[in-house]
Write a protein that binds this ligand. Structure first.
Ligand SMILES: NC(=O)c1ccc[n+]([C@@H]2O[C@H](COP(=O)([O-])OP(=O)(O)OC[C@H]3O[C@@H](n4cnc5c(N)ncnc54)[C@H](O)[C@@H]3O)[C@@H](O)[C@H]2O)c1
Ligand SMILES: [Zn+2]
Length: 390
């Protein structure tokens, strides 16, 4: 027997740029991004826009076309910006992925061409998935437009689609060419999306940065009341912590079973599914954090005071910390949400690995969940009935 041991290492480098007025012709961030390392040919791009963003910014598609024509010495827009469905539904349907493939072929886009996607985390996941498949990977530039996409979903190295009844059942690891976070987009977010992304800030603060957690608790009311300056600081700090984790954890493509950035997510993903996706990812994550923090308190990993500060912080922002879906029974009579644990294990591979807070700013990975105790945690979270309901 002969064996050749093959070893390959590939390093990825991409900028995450924070800016305003990204399609103002005077703003050179995008043109510099698309022409990075190019000397001769123009940068060819297909721009794809989330329909929710297009509705909130009626002049956006014209602004994009104008930006490209003002920079036409170095940029080429292959066709008018394509508006596609946004929201979670974008990840459930394959029509748009096929449409993007057809367009890429019709426009003769090659591996040095760009898909530029402007939208929320869902459509970025879907367009990123299509970009990763075409020619085994076109260049992909994300312009995230929600808090959650700017501080979490849109800055990392993954994409995904929902299939066979599970979230993100298919997808690839494919680092973007660049990310441009334009804070102005956040101004038109519905309140649910505005505050939803703050759940990811709490997530990363609770397990990594006690100082940031204190800041979030102190600014919770300002965040709820749409303080743009505070939100942009929170987005920047959360994105930085997220990116630092991907760069330094030693496992950017998640070959192991530990995934600390998914703290609170095993329950969140199941709740999203159980709600028929009427519960957004951010609110679901807030409930997942509340649940796993309650479990951590019962396990004496955090104190009751720390637990209360987590619940109060989330609630003051206007995030939910409870859903009746937590108690919906599954086929075996146990809360259906618990099915999320096994789905989570299967998605990560290997043995179960759930991240829990160990005091604020630190974490521990556990490989076994005490199910009766988790059921007790659900009971502890249930709000007391109002006076008239007793
Ligand atoms: N790839 C990853 O690593 C990763 C990480 C975390 C989350 N995600 C995914 O991200 C998705 C959630 O993304 P999301 O929270 O950004 O929500 P979303 O993309 O589902 O968007 C929510 C709604 O907001 C609208 N919208 C977007 N930007 C807007 C704006 N500026 N003004 C007005 N409306 C706007 C959209 O059209 C949509 O209707 C989930 O599917 C989740 O699984 C992916
Ligand atoms: Zn998340």
């Amino acid at each position: 027997m002969k064996t050749i041991q093959q070893a390959i290492s590939v390093s990825f480098r991409y900028p995450v740029i924070f800016t305003h007025g990204v399609f103002d012709p005077e703003n050179t961030a995008l043109v510099k991004t698309l022409t990075r390392g190019r000397h001769t040919t123009r940068a060819r791009a297909l721009v794809v826009v989330d329909d929710g963003v297009a509705a909130a910014w009626p002049a956006l598609c014209d602004d994009i076309a104008r930006y490209f024509s003002m920079h036409d010495a170095s940029l080429e827009l292959v066709r008018a910006p394509l508006v596609v469905p946004g929201g979670e539904q974008a990840k459930n349907e394959w029509n748009t992925v096929r449409e993007l493939m057809t367009l890429a072929a019709a426009e003769h886009m090659d591996r040095h061409s760009y898909f530029v996607a402007v939208g929320g985390g869902s459509m970025l996941d879907m367009v990123g998935f299509a970009a990763a498949l075409i020619h085994r990977g076109l260049r992909f530039v994300r312009l995230p437009t929600t808090v959650l996409a700017q501080n979490d979903a849109g800055v990392g190295v993954k994409n995904g689609m929902n299939a066979v009844g599970a979230k993100n059942f298919v997808g690839t690891f494919a680092p973007p060419f660049a990310v441009l976070n334009d804070g102005d987009f956040l101004r038109t977010l519905p309140q649910r999306e505005w505050v939803g992304g703050v759940a990811e800030a709490f997530k990363v603060a609770i397990i990594k940065d006690a100082h940031f957690f204190d800041y979030l608790c102190k600014k919770a009311a300002a965040l709820r009341d749409r303080d743009q300056r505070v939100m942009e600081r929170v987005v920047h700090k959360t994105a930085a912590l997220h990116l630092e984790h991907i760069a330094t954890s030693g496992d950017p493509f998640e070959f192991g079973s530990a995934r600390p950035l998914d703290f609170g997510h095993w329950a969140a993903h199941r709740l999203e599914l159980l709600s028929g996706f009427t519960l957004g990812h951010g609110p679901a994550v807030a409930i997942g954090i509340a649940l796993d923090s309650t479990y951590a308190m019962l396990k004496r990993l955090i104190t009751p005071a720390e637990h209360q500060s987590i619940i109060d912080g989330l609630a003051t922002c206007g995030l939910p910390v409870w859903s009746p879906l937590l108690e919906r029974p599954g086929a075996d009579g146990q809360p259906d949400v618990l099915v999320g644990l096994e789905q989570f294990r299967e998605h990560l591979g290997g043995r179960l690995c759930v991240t829990l807070p160990r005091s604020i700013g630190d974490k521990v990975e556990v490989h076994r969940i005490d199910l009766p105790l988790m059921v007790e945690a659900i009971g502890r979270l249930r709000p007391a009935p109002a006076e008239g309901e007793k």
